[in-house]
Design a protein around this ligand. Sequence first.
Ligand SMILES: NC(=O)c1ccc[n+]([C@@H]2O[C@H](COP(=O)([O-])OP(=O)(O)OC[C@H]3O[C@@H](n4cnc5c(N)ncnc54)[C@H](O)[C@@H]3O)[C@@H](O)[C@H]2O)c1
Length: 253
Amino acid sequence: MRFSGKTALLTGVASGLGRAVAQALANEGARLVLVDRAKDQLENLVLLLRGEGADVVELVGDVSREETSRQAVALARSRFSSLDILINNAGINPTGTISQTDPAMWQQALDINLKSAYLFCREAIPHMVEAGKGVIVNTASIAGQRASTAEAVYGVSKAGLIMLTRTIARDYGAKGIRANAICPGVLESVMADRLTRMSAEQVAARDQRFAPTVPLGRLGTYEEIAKATLFLASEDASYVNGAQLTVDGGLTA
Ligand SMILES: NC(=O)c1ccc[n+]([C@@H]2O[C@H](COP(=O)([O-])OP(=O)(O)OC[C@H]3O[C@@H](n4cnc5c(N)ncnc54)[C@H](O)[C@@H]3O)[C@@H](O)[C@H]2O)c1
C-alpha cells in the first residue's frame, strides 16, 4: 500500500484516465479529494470507491475557475489535514488547425488544460512548502512534445503544461516538492468531448490508422497510464523531478 496515509487531490476524474488513477490510488490506500464538473459521473465514482472502503470527498466545479482550486485545496486541508499529492488531469481535446480554431475555443482550451493546473498548483504549493514535501503530476500528452496534425491549441496547451511542470520542479525542488508530467500517446479511448464530435465509424477508423504506427502494435489503455502516474506520485520516483514521462508504446521513439 504505497499511498497509505497520503492525501491526493485529483482533477478530471469523472471518466477515463482520471477515474482509473483515482481507483488505483484508492486501491493503494490513498485518501482522495476528487474534482470534476460532471456531477452525476463524479458522484457515481465516489459511491463506488466508498463502497470499496476508500476515504473520499468530492467537489463539483469547473477547474478553470480560481474559486474551484481554492475550495478543493481547502477541502483537502479541512477533511484530511494534509495535501501530499496533486494530480492535474482534467482536459479537453479541441481539434483543428490554427485557421480552424476560433479565439473562444483557443481561450477555453488554454483555460481548462493549462490555467487550471497553474491555479491548483498555486493553491497547493504553499501547503506543500509548509509541510516540506509534496508531489505534483500533470497529465500532458505527446501532443505537447511534438506537433500533432490539426490539434493546434491542444498541443500548445500541453506544451505549456510541460513547461509549467518543469518550472515548478526547478523553483520548488529545494522545498521538497517534486513535479513531473506524464505524456500519454494515443489511447484506446477518445476523450469524452471529442467523442461527441465523432461517429463510431470515425473512432474505428482512427484506431485502425494509429495502432499499426505504434511500435508495440496497439493503442494504450487508461490502466497503463494510471500505473505510470502512480509511479511518479509515489516514493518509487523519489529522485524524478521535472521529467516528462512518455508512455506511448514507442510511437514517438
Ligand atoms: N485519451 C487520450 O488518448 C489521451 C492522450 C493523451 C493525453 N490525454 C490526457 O489525459 C487527460 C484525461 O483524458 P481522458 O482521455 O481521460 O478524457 P476524458 O474526457 O474521459 O476525461 C476528462 C475529464 O476532465 C473533466 N473536465 C473537462 N473539463 C473540465 C472542467 N472545465 N472542469 C472540471 N472538469 C473538467 C471531464 O468531465 C472528464 O471527467 C487529459 O488531460 C488528456 O488531455 C488523453
